[in-house]
Ligand binder design. Structure first.
Ligand code: GAR
Length: 216
């Protein structure tokens, strides 16, 4: 089976993009990152794409109706098999999602369905949660409501700030996303209603326990 062709949509620093690029650098990885699209000019994710030799394009959402923005996005993506949202801070409409049914993935910095939307780490601290984490999921028309592929948890430690907790959560994001992209690229994910079923291989699990130590 040829590797799946993957586009990554970004809006910021792109550490999750980097995790996907690093995984895809392995010739045995079942997916190739063929395009990076940012809706914000000048973000470091674009530099990461350039360093990896992956073509990138900026499509700004600012000052455009949502439909026009999405039509430009669709035209830029062309024929890709999977779209990965990696810190992409725009909600996509059913028109866009319909072009890639059950093939748009997202990484979110919270243990969904808790704390959807923005600032997952901040919300976990505000609620006094003792566990935080990340969720890799398929995207549906809601905000962070699509079928869950895998989750990773980390403890909330005394003295955590939003920054220290977000950094700890990122370490599990970087492990989850390539793992889930592999499952998708290998055609091992099936959606049943609001749940995703994954055909797991020996030794695989749909959860990760992160460490409480400082992120590397
Ligand atoms: C990540 O923590 C990602 O989970 C989050 O933005 C950050 C992007 O970091 N995404 C969301 O909050 C989406 N709702 P990165 O640019 O370094 O990958």
């Amino acid at each position: 089976m040829p590797p799946a062709r993957v586009a990554v949509l970004v809006s910021g620093g792109g550490t999750n993009l980097q995790a996907l690029l690093d995984a895809a650098a392995d010739p045995w990885f079942p997916a190739d990152i063929v395009k990076v699209v940012s809706n914000i000019p000048g973000v470091f994710a674009l530099e990461r794409a350039a360093r990896a030799g992956v073509p990138s394009v900026v499509i700004e959402h600012k000052g455009k109706p949502r439909e026009a923005f999405e039509q430009e996005l669709l035209a830029a993506l062309g024929e890709v098999d999977i779209v990965c949202l990696a810190g992409f801070m725009r909600v996509l409409t059913p028109t866009f999602l319909g072009a890639f049914p059950h093939r748009v993935m997202n990484i979110h910095p919270a243990l969904l369905p808790a704390f959807p939307g923005t600032h997952g780490a901040r919300q976990a601290l505000e609620y006094g949660a003792t566990q935080a984490g990340a969720t890799c999921h398929l995207v549906d028309a809601g905000v962070d409501t699509g079928p869950i592929l895998a989750q990773g948890s980390v403890p909330v430690l005394a003295g955590d700030t939003e920054a220290t907790l977000a950094a700890r959560i990122l370490t599990v994001e970087h492990r989850l996303y390539p793992m889930c992209l592999r499952w998708m690229a290998e055609g091992r994910v099936r959606v049943e209603g609001r749940r995703a079923q994954v055909e797991l291989h020996q030794g695989e699990a749909r959860w990760i326990l992160g460490t409480g130590g400082s992120p590397p």
